[in-house]
Ligand binder design. Structure first.
Ligand code: GDP
Length: 615
């Protein structure tokens, strides 16, 4: 059925229940394809609904919802997780089928724990204290490497049990991972300082854990301190549905001192008891590994390194893997003791070497049948991610804004590519940039981001999309700065986030005018004055420094005093001949146009304005 839509165009309409599935990051053209419409008419319809978009631009879910409702379709935007499932299906990797087949091979795996709580309540200290208790590492070895997670062993009811702790400060990592839909944590340890009580971030942390359906063990910390009041905390937390066992609830509260390492074992026992009571933690270790990246960074010597948490299967040295949009063959695995690992089983965190790029916290990883498949999956993921990012980063402008901006002929988009030294800094930069109030005429889009040096690929993308590349604590690789220069791509390097923000903001508000600074070209001393009725006074000079160029700017000094400025070297002669420049040590005749007030021993300084290089 076709009926006029807003704007008078004709578009095939749905009956209000017709379901159209679109990938996240789809455009109007993709939608038009599915309903046999002309993309241009969808642009018109959307325009009349108050939004402006081109036919090929990625749109977000809300926009499709509005458009779908108008035209009688129910639009389902497919998430990256669904995508992944479908994507892997096309490579004959069947996640659901596998899960079913797993059932008889499942074996117990250690719980994965995240420590959360208010700042200064002792999360870091507690993670340190727990590290020290490791019976395997013993007194001598200890856990030596910070890789973003560690595993310890403890005796529980006469059985040697392992527990994995996510060792990233704060609960940012937890949130970041959850935002990506990755579920990493089995149990949350909520740290509350006994002398301080429940604080805003305590509540935030417990909300996160409860929202993720993660059981909580409360660690009442700093009980060694004077004024510690553990019972008050038990009391306070009942308001948040955390009722202590002593009060008839099912949450375990453990009193500890991270500083004096008191009752750390009690906490570990509580974690295991809670895990055993509330969760069925099992996984099949006998298949290709799959899991989540916890941390990643670019190591000068070793290249991209990532700490991954194996969630199912086993990861082996030599496996072909995809992690986020990176891929590669596992060259080596290193554990928290700095020792090489050959095989990592479920719940084991290991640092992996051999990836082509650094995955972000919360990116999923998996083992592919071979290198080629790994690369293809990574490439597909990258394309999907880029489209989704385009949809996400697009700052929308309203119809009024657009009309006004259009009248003024000023609709402009600033495309950015971000590169930084760590996944965290790139994310922070992106978040901060997207918070800039861009005003009405411009739109800010972050079309790509990544960790590591600026590559030729980045520059090519910048050329294709007319983007500026921002490097945060990174450089361009080898010849790439030249390449960028040749291609006219603006590379900007920063080491302070706010400076990057300031400049981008400035550029959005007036597209960043170049700054100029004065550069002295040369000085000439007047030795003799020739009076000419036709040309005015001509200064017979000797060039004392630099060079004098015709048409450059000039000032005249008499002793320390400047007697004239804003002048121009209007004529310049070597003997009888016109010259364009005269160098240090040579004599010349200089005419300063209508300015005639010169004397012997005056100094003529010449200068030019140069575009200032930005920091
Ligand atoms: P975070 O911000 O939650 O990671 O807190 P930290 O682990 O950095 O600890 C904050 C401060 O509290 C530090 O000065 C610690 O030494 C101190 N602290 C941590 N645990 C204890 C404890 O059990 N007893 C006492 N007295 N001080 C502690």
């Amino acid at each position: 059925m076709a009926a006029p839509a807003p704007g008078g165009v004709t578009v095939p309409r749905g009956d209000g229940t017709t379901v159209i599935r679109l990938r996240r990051g789809s455009s109007l053209t993709d939608f038009a394809d599915k309903i046999n419409a002309n993309p241009a008419s969808l642009v018109t319809v959307l325009f009349h609904l108050g939004e402006m978009a081109t036919a090929t631009q990625s749109l977000n879910e809300e926009t499709f919802d509005v458009l779908g409702e108008e035209l009688g379709y129910v639009i389902q935007v497919v998430s990256p997780e669904d995508e992944d499932r479908e994507l892997l299906g096309t490579f004959s990797i069947d996640i659901e089928g596998e899960a079913e087949a797993d059932e008889e091979f499942l074996v117990a795996r250690p719980p994965v724990v995240t420590v959360m709580g208010h700042v200064d309540h002792g999360k870091t200290k507690l993670l340190d204290a727990i590290r020290q208790t490791d019976v395997v590492a013993g007194e001598a070895g200890g856990i030596t490497q910070h890789i973003g997670a560690y595993q310890i062993h403890t005796m529980h009811e006469d059985v040697d049990r392992a527990i994995t702790f996510i060792d990233t400060p704060g609960h940012e990592a937890f949130t970041a991972m959850r935002a990506r839909g990755a579920k990493v944590t089995d149990i949350a340890v909520l740290v509350v300082a006994a002398d301080d009580g429940v604080m805003p971030q305590t509540i935030e942390a417990l909300n996160h854990a409860q929202a993720a359906d993660v059981p909580i063990v409360v660690a009442i910390n700093k009980v060694d301190k004077e004024g510690a009041n553990p019972d008050k905390i038990r009391q306070q937390l009942t308001e948040y549905n955390l009722v202590a066992e002593e009060y008839g609830g099912d949450t375990m509260f453990v009193e500890v001192s991270a500083k004096q390492r008191l009752n750390i074992d009690g906490l570990l026992q509580a974690v295991l008891l809670t895990a055993d009571a509330a969760l069925d933690l099992r996984a099949n270790p006998d298949k290709d590994a799959r899991g989540v990246a916890i941390e990643g960074n670019l190591d000068r010597g070793r290249g991209p390194v990532a700490t991954v948490l194996v969630q199912s299967g086993s990861l082996h040295v030599g496996d072909s893997i995809v992690a986020g949009t990176g891929h590669g063959r596992v060259r080596a695995m290193i554990d928290e003791h700095g020792e090489a690992v050959e095989v990592a089983t479920p719940s084991r965190p290991v640092m992996v070497l051999g990836l082509t790029s650094v995955p972000g916290a919360g990116d999923t990883f998996l083992v592919a049948p071979d290198d080629r498949t790994a690369r293809q999956i990574a490439e597909k993921r990258e394309a999907i991610e880029r489209n989704a990012a385009l949809a996400k980063s697009r700052k929308r402008i309203s119809l009024e804004d657009f009309t006004k901006a259009l009248e003024q002929g000023k609709v402009e988009t600033l495309n950015l590519i971000l590169k930084g030294d760590g996944a965290g800094s790139v994310e922070a930069l992106e978040d901060a940039l997207l918070q800039i109030d861009v005003g009405e005429e411009v739109e800010l889009r972050i079309i790509d981001r990544g960790v590591g040096a600026i590559t030729k690929n980045n520059i090519n993308l910048a050329v294709a999309s007319n983007a500026i590349i921002i490097g945060f604590n990174v450089k361009s690789e080898g010849q790439n700065a030249e390449y960028a220069d040749r291609e006219g791509v603006d590379l900007r390097f920063y080491s302070v986030i706010y400076q990057a923000i300031e400049e981008v903001e400035a550029s959005l508000k007036g597209l960043l005018k170049p700054e100029y600074e004065e550069a002295e070209l040369g000085r000439a001393e007047i030795r003799e004055i020739f009076r000419s009725s036709r040309f005015g006074n001509i200064a017979g000079c000797i060039v004392r420094s630099g060079e004098i160029r015709r048409n450059s700017k000039a000032r005249v000094f008499r002793g320390d005093r400047m007697v004239a400025e804003g002048l121009t070297i209007e004529s310049l002669k070597r003997f009888k001949d016109d010259a364009t420049e005269v160098r240090e040590g040579f004599e010349c005749g200089i005419g300063l146009g209508s300015f005639n007030d010169i004397q012997n021993e005056d100094v003529i300084q010449t200068y030019e304005m140069r575009e200032k290089a930005r920091a």
